[in-house]
Structure formats: C-alpha cells, structure tokens
Design a protein around this ligand. Structure first.
Ligand SMILES: C[S@@+](CC[C@H](N)C(=O)[O-])C[C@H]1O[C@@H](n2cnc3c(N)ncnc32)[C@H](O)[C@@H]1O
Length: 225
C-alpha cells in the first residue's frame, strides 16, 4: 500500500506544471474571435484611432492615480501602456501583458525609445497572464477579452491578481450597434459581457456610455466565489 502511494505521488510530481488546457472556439453562446496577428500592429497606432475610438476620453474615465499598479492586458505594441505609465507616475507600475512575443518586442522598443522605466513587460500564456497575485489596482483590457481562447482561466488568474477592491475594465466594440464597422465576432453586447463576468466572480460597478464605438465597463470582485 505504501509503495502504491509512493508510485502515485511520483507520477503526479512528474506532470508538466504548465500544460495548457485546450482552447475554446465558443463560450456561453458567443463565438471567440481569432487573436489579432502582430503583423497587423500598425492598425493599433493608426492616426484616426483617436477620432474613431476616443482613447483619451476612455483613459480619463479610468480614474487612474499616481502610485497605482495597473495592468494593460493584451497590450499589443503599447498604444495604451505608455499613457498609463505616465498616469501612474514614477511611484506606480504598469504590467504590460501579451501572448505574442513580437508584440512584446515592439512594446519594449517603444518604452526604451521613450526612456520609460515603470513598465514591466510580460510574455503571458493563452491561459495564464503570469501576473503576481494581489498586486493590481486595475486591469485594463482594450479590445482584448473577446479574443481569449481560455476565458475562464484568464478571468480566474486576473481575479487573483487584483487587490480586494481592484477593478477589471473591459473596453469592447458594441455589438448592439450595427453602424460600428467591426466584424461581429470582435464585438460584444453588454448582456453577454455581464453574463460572462457574473459567471466568473465579477460584478458590474460602473459603466460609461460616452465612447463613439465601445462599451466601457468596470467590474469588481463579487462577494461570493
Ligand atoms: C486587438 S489587439 C489590442 C491591443 C491593445 N489592447 C490596443 O488596444 O491597442 C488584442 C491583443 O490581445 C492579445 N491577446 C489575445 N489573447 C491574449 C491572452 N490570453 N493574454 C494576453 N494577451 C492576449 C493579442 O496578442 C493582441 O495583441
């Protein structure tokens, strides 16, 4: 009996620690979008983005303060990371996470060029953003959540990375509005966002409806989970 226990333990300890579970193509009735390829990164810094999406207006709504620790999840080439680094100041920190090493490389070039010192680039995994637990005041996801192939694992990891009163902030193209010129699988309705967040331990705290194309929704940790 003792030998059997030992054999089971040895087999367990030899399991690869970080084996990724299979990715989904659909979650809670929604088609999951393909990850935007790094070769299209120029689109993220297009000149008309300010006019189309109102990113400065969006960042004003975040209420980010100096000294905060913020995460730019799915940061791409750092379009929002650099302004966030300025907002948190030298006493604050921005974790910038992306699954594509090429995006992280572009981000690093951008922060080096500007001499930014308070950004921590992280090459995350599709099911694990590799964030330290209980550290973030805010995790911002701009045009990212709908691409997650592992939404449940990602939400659980982000929940663990948030401080008790930390906020998960979703910016998603409005699926309710057919004049928003984005492919359907890259858009989400408020109802769908709330359904998925509530099922994973998050509750809507506030929202802002004044962006041209996107929902801006702030979620806190639910009491029960
Ligand atoms: C449409 S881009 C948005 C980039 C950036 N947030 C912006 O607004 O400019 C989506 C990004 O999310 C990243 N992404 C997709 N799944 C991810 C995951 N599980 N963890 C981290 N990043 C992810 C992609 O690699 C891509 O760079």
């Amino acid at each position: 009996m003792r030998l059997l226990t030992c054999l089971i333990l040895i087999a367990f300890l030899n399991l690869p620690a970080q084996e990724a579970p299979p990715g989904l193509t659909e979650y809670m009735g929604r088609q999951i979008a393909m990850t935007m390829h790094w070769k299209g990164a120029e689109w993220l810094i297009r000149r008309v983005r300010e006019q189309e999406e109102g990113p400065s207006k969006m960042r004003e709504q975040l209420q980010v303060k100096p000294g905060m620790t913020v995460c730019d999840m799915g940061c791409g080439n750092g379009y929002h990371t650099l302004p966030l680094a300025e907002m948190v100041g030298e006493k604050g920190k921005v974790f910038a996470v992306d699954v594509q090493p090429e995006m992280i490389e572009m981000l690093k070039q951008n922060i080096d060029r500007k001499g930014v010192k308070n950004v921590v680039p992280i090459n995350g995994l599709y099911h694990d953003p590799k964030l330290p637990p209980d550290t973030c005041d805010m995790i911002l996801l701009v045009d990212v959540y709908h691409e997650f192939s592992h939404p449940v694992q990602m939400l659980a990891s982000m929940r663990a990375a948030l401080k008790k009163d930390g906020l998960l902030v979703l910016v998603e193209f409005r699926a309710e509005d057919e004049t928003v010129p984005i492919r359907p699988e890259h858009k989400m309705t408020k109802a769908q966002i709330n359904k998925e967040m509530n099922a994973n331990g998050f509750t809507l705290k506030r929202e802002f409806d004044g962006l041209p194309w996107q929902h801006l929704m702030f979620f806190g940790k639910s009491e029960a989970k």
